[in-house]
Ligand binder design. Structure first.
Ligand code: AMP
Ligand code: FE
Ligand code: FE
Ligand code: ZN
Length: 284
């Protein structure tokens, strides 16, 4: 078994890359990929720990794509971290995140619930990738919200008074950049899009046309019928069925590396097949 969707302290996960690799080993996995949001700064440390633990791995990240009103996340695998076009596009994405965060801080101050960038960075553990869950944690710590869910509801979710949007890449642009860097792309947790069955099929068809390589058929909480539906889409559009737990550590304490709530089983072939697609994007 493998786990191709894992977060660390390099985004909104609570465990270090070394800890995540150790958990993957304890789960008895043969391969694991760290997919932090919008960056791969944890990749070298994860690779070193994975090598030491006898786990196969590849570079990865999760990109939030711009589809108005929808949550569309793309998982990128096996790209060249030195690719200039991808690196500069992702720097632009991270700049958009910093500008968005500054807007949120200003709105929170106007609402009488100020949090400073330093307070939020302390929750994040790093200034590199500050996400809304870190802002939520700072709001809780200062007594402006009961818990993180409350902080999202009162302040941070779309439609709430401190919400601000951020720059995202269009999905076909993200696919083009990752494939241009010799990587492969899988559509993460497809049901988070909240498309109905026929809309999802049309969306996957469009992304497949744009070069999508995989679809995350195996995922925390997917019911057997949902896995079947996604395997059907994978077969129909020639996509690799990928999978992972979306482990975040303490932020989602019931989701364990490799097994999620206990029933997740992502076949080894998922790892080999998605990396084969990355290799074929390198051959052009
Ligand atoms: P960001 O990329 O900074 O906009 O933060 C997005 C992250 O916030 C997601 O990956 C989720 O983990 C978390 N998130 C988004 N909406 C909610 C919500 N309504 N309640 C709790 N967490 C949320
Ligand atoms: Fe996350
Ligand atoms: Fe995601
Ligand atoms: Zn994720």
């Amino acid at each position: 078994m493998v786990d191709l969707h894992l977060h660390s302290t390099f985004s909104d996960g609570s465990r270090t890359p070394e800890e995540v690799a150790a958990l993957a080993r304890e789960a008895g996995l043969s391969a694991a990929v760290l997919t932090d949001h919008d960056n791969w700064r944890g990749a070298d440390r994860f690779r070193a720990a994975a090598d030491a633990a006898g786990l196969r791995t590849a570079v990865g990240m999760e990109i939030s794509a711009d589809v108005p009103g929808r949550t569309v996340h793309l998982l990128a695998y096996g790209f060249d971290p030195a690719d200039a076009a991808l690196a500069s596009a992702m720097e632009r994405v991270r700049g958009g995140r910093r500008a968005r965060n500054a807007e949120i801080y200003a709105k929170l101050a106007r609402l009488g619930c100020p949090v400073s960038p330093e307070e939020v960075e302390r929750e994040a553990g790093t200034p590199d990738l500050v996400a809304r869950p870190h802002i939520a944690a700072a709001l809780v710590r200062k007594g402006f919200a009961r818990d993180r869910a409350d902080a999202f509801r009162r302040f941070l979710e779309r439609g709430a008074p401190a919400y601000a949007d951020r720059f995202r890449l269009a999905p076909d642009e993200a696919i083009r950049l990752v494939r241009g860097a010799g990587g492969a792309v899988s559509l993460a947790h497809p049901y988070s899009t909240r498309y109905d069955r026929s809309e999802l099929r049309a969306f996957v068809a469009r992304l497949a046309e744009a070069g999508l390589d995989g679809i995350e058929a195996y995922y925390t909480g997917h019911l057997p019928g949902q896995v079947e539906e996604l395997l059907g889409l994978a077969a129909e559009f020639g996509l690799v069925a990928t999978g992972g737990s979306d482990f975040h550590g303490d932020a989602k304490p019931n989701v364990r590396v490799g097994v999620a709530y206990g029933g997740l089983k992502v076949p080894d072939a998922s790892f080999d097949a998605i990396l084969a697609r990355a290799a074929s994007s390198r051959r052009g």
